[in-house]
Design a protein around this ligand. Structure first.
Ligand SMILES: [Fe+2]
Length: 227
């Protein structure tokens, strides 16, 4: 017998090691930015720079070395999908920090305005919460809602496995980076470490250097006409 799993979602995990000194500088900088507008009382949800007016973190030179290292991994992701990067201009469209205090998390969301997204774990104590990916299009859903949690509780489904699950969780160590298609719904598990968790996230836009003869993918914005 053979089982084929067709049409997978591709998530790339890699590591980017930073010197302690550099990590300290970046953490301090993020604390500084966050404290500018973190006057509100404690929330159930993590502080996310993109929704608080700090969505261009990589325009800060302190993050230059890290963003260069992330760029190389993004190229690897595109190569995994056999996309010819020589045809592309690739941009960090947005980049921001997330700061998750104890018991906080981030609800399911997508980054629908971009192509590729990533999360890099700058500060990730044990048990500070993984990332969960969810599929809204279960290829194996042979009957509507047959794989929902209640079916598991009632033992109609013996156990979750990659064929019958609509979500998958990664709990990665500090210095890990995870890269995924921006339209994939994702969330974080509540931080149960008692310590802060800091990730750096970003959205990447790709466009053709030269769109001549191509119908799909964004033509280079240098050719657009503004009105
Ligand atoms: Fe996100």
């Amino acid at each position: 017998m053979k089982i084929f799993n067709l049409f997978p979602l591709t998530v790339l995990q890699s590591k980017i090691y930073l010197e302690d000194e550099e990590r300290k500088i970046l953490v301090n900088e993020i604390n500084k930015v966050k404290n500018q507008d973190h006057k509100q009382k404690k929330s159930l949800y993590a502080w996310t720079g993109d929704t608080n007016g700090h969505e261009f973190l990589f325009s800060n030179n302190l993050f230059k070395n890290l963003s260069n290292k992330i760029s190389s991994v993004i190229i690897e992701y595109l190569k995994t999908l056999e996309i010819n990067t020589e045809y592309l201009d690739i941009y960090y469209q947005r980049s921001w920090a997330t700061y998750t205090e104890n018991e906080q998390s981030i609800n399911f969301h997508t980054h629908s305005q971009s192509n590729i997204s990533f999360a890099y774990y700058l500060l990730k104590p044990n048990k500070s919460g993984g990332i969960i990916f969810k599929s809204n299009e279960l290829q194996n859903e042979i009957a509507k809602n047959i794989f929902t949690n209640s079916k598991l509780e009632k033992s109609l489904i013996n156990k979750p496995n990659p064929y019958n699950s609509d979500r998958s969780m990664f709990d990665l160590e500090q210095d890990s980076i995870i890269i995924f298609p921006s339209k994939t719904p994702h969330a974080t598990v509540p931080n149960r470490s008692g310590l802060p968790r800091i990730s750096i996230s970003g959205d990447i836009s790709i466009m053709l250097k030269d769109s001549k003869g191509f119908e799909h993918l964004m033509p280079n914005f240098s050719n657009w006409t503004k009105f």
